[in-house]
Structures are given as structure tokens and as C-alpha cells.
Design a protein around this ligand. Structure first.
Ligand SMILES: Cc1cc2nc3c(=O)[nH]c(=O)nc-3n(C[C@H](O)[C@H](O)[C@H](O)COP(=O)(O)OP(=O)(O)OC[C@H]3O[C@@H](n4cnc5c(N)ncnc54)[C@H](O)[C@@H]3O)c2cc1C
Ligand code: HEM
Length: 405
């Protein structure tokens, strides 16, 4: 709980902090990286370049301050869960919070200038530490659940046993623990962080990849789309390394599985909606259901550029055979006459997914994964059709969450 005097100050200064949120977080990152260049290896450099991370951090701090002062409409729990899982997948511990707090407070002072009196600074420091304590506690619980002891590293070496081309610019990597130890379980929808060393001594970068195979197997599988730079932007740092440099027999540094979003929520009808590489959690869900709950009614709605871009398409007939109540609805921007023959079990349409045509039952649970505009469109359509908001789970393959959540 925020003290009464701080609550009044935070309420009064929230509009100005909200208005300058991204300037504050931009200044914060500059200050923090200047003082701690080693942290550049922990943060996603491309998110720094495109500004996505500073927007997510500013939105989280403002949302939490709104929650503390009663000005926020949306609950903060989902945001805190998302951040805690992401932090845990990066191995962030309580010892780093004073560094972030110090530079964030300094950035607030630098951007807002004289408006930040000692009382204002103390009130926002209180907000920061209430938020930090909630995150530290959540993260500690996640480490315990993942079997990571206090102060132990999250990273473990995994050996690549297969590299499988899945579609244009998409490859799967099959992985087993290099130490021959057990393969941890996970929930479909969870992801692992992968840490790679960049060429030319440029340090390390970490990215998250959803596990695309079934839990309970003697290996893990991730499926990675190679990100090619467009319009003068550079190629993706990590996906390019994985595609160009990683071969069978190599090892990769992986975190335990984390992620707050289950792709198999409930036990009734399930609709999995994906676009492009966003189908990786859905593939894990389908393989899991084929092994554990084959009678469950499930619809896979998938959108892609064309059949050649559709990863794991060849696995669909096999899944269809194992899941008698599976319905496959594919939307391709470009279709050819061969599409139906290659996927005889699927209904293939041309164009964009129409949420009105997604089969629903009253108790359907939905999982969405794809680009943000795609998810906003589908989620909006499903909400209009009466699907309760709490039955629509979604995963974002980048920082931040959907609007209005
Ligand atoms: C929970 C989660 C699960 C995920 N699961 C998967 C998965 O299953 N499969 C998968 O393939 N991906 C997945 N991702 C995405 C993945 O983590 C990476 O974001 C993706 O592989 C791109 O990383 P990269 O290092 O190759 O590209 P980055 O280097 O991160 O580049 C990303 C984009 O930023 C642009 N960019 C970089 N610098 C600049 C600049 N200066 N100016 C303009 N633009 C710039 C690049 O051109 C590129 O388009 C997931 C992400 C999350 C958060
Ligand atoms: C109260 C304090 C903090 C808040 C509110 C916060 C908030 C956030 C948010 C909103 C994200 C994006 C999550 C997502 O949607 O993917 C994030 C990611 C991240 N955070 Fe924090 N964070 C805090 C503390 C820390 C600390 C102490 C560290 C360690 C130095 C840290 C390092 C990171 C990193 C490395 C990422 C991933 C960034 C990226 O890959 O682009 N954070 N944090």
C-alpha cells in the first residue's frame, strides 16, 4: 500500500509522468547502460533501437501507479505475471533492482526537472519499490518452481540433435540436455530463452522461443523464423545466427521454460488461432492433446502468406489422424490449386481470417498468437461474438501486451 501522503503526490504527478513516460525510460536506459555496459548483454539491443522496450517499461510503471492510486481500470496482475516470467527467463535477480531503481529515479529527475521536489522523488521511489518487491517475490517463486536454487544460474547447455527445415526461412531445432540429465516438463505455450554469442566479439544476445513440441518427450523443440531486415533495417541478430551458424552437434544455452500463458486452458472446446510463426505454441498444444486428451474438440485457425510459408504444415495430417475432433481452418493470402491436395484434411480459404467464421461453442477457450494487429482484430471479433475476455489467452512475440488489457 502506498502511504497516504505519497498517494496524493503520485495522483497529482501521474499525468506529467504518463505524458513523459517514454522520455523518462529512454533517459533511464542511456544512464543505466553508461554506468553498467555489461547489462547490454542482457537487454535486447534491437528493442532498444526500435524503442519497444522503453514503451513497455513506461506503460508498466504508469499502470502500476494507477493501480496503487485507484486510477487504473485494468488489474495489474496479468502485467506483473508477464514481466516476472520474462525476467525469470533472463535470470534477473533481486540484486539488480537497486541499479534499475537508482537510474529510473535519476531519469525522472532529469526529464521532469524542478517539478521533482524531494517529496515527489520519495513518492515515486515508494511506487518503484512496491512494484519491485512484487516482481522480486513472483520471480523467486518462479525460480523455486523451476528448480533454480538461490544464486544459481538459469543457463544450461543443450545439444542440437536435429535441424529441420519447416518452411521458407523457418527451421526447427531439436535439443537434448548436453549433460544427459532429465528434460524438464512444461505447459504448451511456454517458452525458453536462448543466449547466443554474436560474431565479431559483439557480446551476447538473448531471445525467447516457444517450445513447439509436446511436453513429456525426451527432447525439446523450438521453431525459429529467420528475420530478414526490410526497408534498410538490419537482419535479426539471433535468428540469423541460429539459421546460419547452428548445426547438429552444436550446443545452445537455454533457460528453463517460463511463460504465464497456457495454450491448452480449460478442458472443453479449444480454438487455437495463429498467424505466421505464431503457430509454435499451437503446435505444442496439438501434439500435447494428441498424446493426452485426443477426444478434446479443437479447432486450429491458422493464417499465413501461402502454403510454402506455413511451417509444420506436413505435420497436420498426422495430428488430424490422432485427434478425431480436430478441425483445421487455414487462411492463405495467396492460394494455389495444390493447397487442398497437400493438406486434404483442412478447409483452405484465401485472404484474411474472418473472426465471424471461427467455429465457437459456449464454453470455448481461445489461444491467440501472431502479430499484434492480427490479434487485436481477432480478439475484437471474438469479444463482439460474446466470448468472455477471460477465455481469450494470447501470447505476444515481443515486449508489451494488447491494448485494453
Ligand atoms: C514469448 C516469446 C515467444 C517467442 N517465440 C518465438 C518462436 O517460437 N519462433 C520465433 O521464430 N520467434 C519467436 N519469438 C520471437 C523471438 O524471440 C525473436 O524476437 C525473433 O527471433 C527475432 O529476433 P532476432 O534477434 O532475430 O531479431 P532482432 O535483432 O531482435 O530484430 C527484430 C527486428 O528489429 C529490427 N531492428 C533492429 N535494429 C533496428 C534498427 N536500428 N532500426 C530499425 N529496425 C531495427 C530488425 O530489422 C528486426 O525486424 C518469441 C518471442 C517471445 C517474446
Ligand atoms: C520495477 C522494476 C521493473 C519493471 C517495472 C520492469 C518492467 C519490464 C517490462 C514491462 C518488460 C517487458 C516485458 C514484456 O512484455 O516482454 C521488462 C523486460 C525486461 N526487463 Fe524489466 N523491469 C523491472 C526491473 C528490471 C531489472 C531489475 C532488470 C535487470 C537489470 C530488468 C531487465 C529486463 C530485461 C533484460 C528485459 C527484457 C528486455 C528485452 O529483451 O527487450 N528489469 N521489464
Amino acid at each position: 500500500m502506498l502511504s497516504e501522503s505519497s498517494a496524493a503526490i503520485v495522483t497529482a504527478t501521474l499525468p506529467v509522468v504518463r505524458a513523459h513516460g517514454e522520455a523518462i525510460t529512454g533517459c533511464f536506459y542511456q544512464r543505466m547502460f553508461a554506468a553498467h555496459p555489461e547489462l547490454l548483454d542482457l537487454f535486447n539491443r534491437s528493442n532498444q533501437a526500435t524503442g519497444q522496450q522503453k514503451a513497455a517499461l513506461a506503460a508498466a510503471v504508469v499502470a502500476y501507479a494507477e493501480h496503487l492510486t485507484g486510477a487504473g481500470a485494468a488489474p495489474c496482475g496479468p502485467i506483473l505475471d508477464r514481466i516476472a516470467h520474462k525476467h525469470a527467463s533472463l535470470g534477473i535477480t533481486a540484486t539488480s533492482y537497486p541499479i534499475v531503481g537508482r537510474h529510473l529515479m535519476a531519469a525522472i529527475g532529469e526529464v521532469l526537472g524542478d517539478a521533482v521536489t524531494a517529496e515527489v522523488a520519495a513518492a515515486w521511489d515508494e511506487v518503484y519499490w512496491l512494484l519491485a518487491c512484487e516482481l522480486i517475490a513472483r520471480e523467486a517463486r518462479l525460480y523455486t518452481a523451476a528448480g533454480v536454487g538461490e544464486g544459481a544460474s538459469i543457463w544450461r547447455d543443450w545439444r542440437v540433435t536435429e535441424v529441420t527445415p519447416e518452411a521458407t526461412d523457418v527451421r526447427s531445432f531439436t535439443l537434448v540436455p548436453a549433460d544427459g540429465g532429465p528434460v524438464p516438463g512444461f505447459v504448451p505455450g511456454q517458452y525458453v530463452s536462448v543466449a547466443v554469442d554474436l560474431d565479431g566479439g559483439l557480446g551476447q544476445q538473448i531471445r525467447q522461443y516457444s517450445l513447439s513440441g509436446a511436453p513429456g518427450a525426451d527432447h525439446w523443440r523450438i521453431t525459429v523464423k529467420r528475420v530478414r531486415g526490410a526497408g534498410g533495417a538490419p537482419d535479426g541478430l539471433v535468428s540469423t545466427v541460429l539459421h546460419e551458424r547452428v548445426a547438429v552437434g552444436d550446443t545452445l544455452r537455454l533457460s528453463p521454460p517460463f511463460g504465464e500463458v497456457s495454450a491448452v486452458a480449460g478442458d472443453g472446446p479449444l480454438v487455437l488461432v495463429s498467424a505466421g510463426i505464431g503457430l509454435t505454441p499451437a503446435m505444442s498444444a496439438l501434439e500435447h492433446l494428441a498424446a493426452t486428451a485426443p477426444e478434446r474438440p479443437v479447432v486450429l485457425v491458422h493464417a499465413d502468406r501461402d502454403a510454402a510459408a506455413h511451417a509444420h504444415r506436413d505435420a497436420l495430417p498426422g495430428l488430424y489422424a490422432k485427434l478425431p475432433h480436430l478441425r483445421l481452418k487455414l487462411w492463405y493470402e495467396e492460394t494455389t490449386e495444390d493447397d487442398g491436395a497437400a493438406t486434404p484434411t483442412a478447409e483452405v480459404a484465401r485472404g484474411r481470417v474472418d473472426p465471424e467464421l471461427i467455429p465457437l461453442s459456449p464454453d470455448t477457450h481461445v489461444h491467440l498468437c501472431g502479430p499484434l494487429p492480427f490479434m487485436n482484430q481477432i480478439r475484437g471479433g471474438l469479444l463482439r461474438r460474446g466470448v468472455p475476455v477471460e477465455r481469450i489467452a494470447y501470447e505476444v512475440f515481443g515486449p508489451g501486451m494488447l491494448r485494453g488489457v
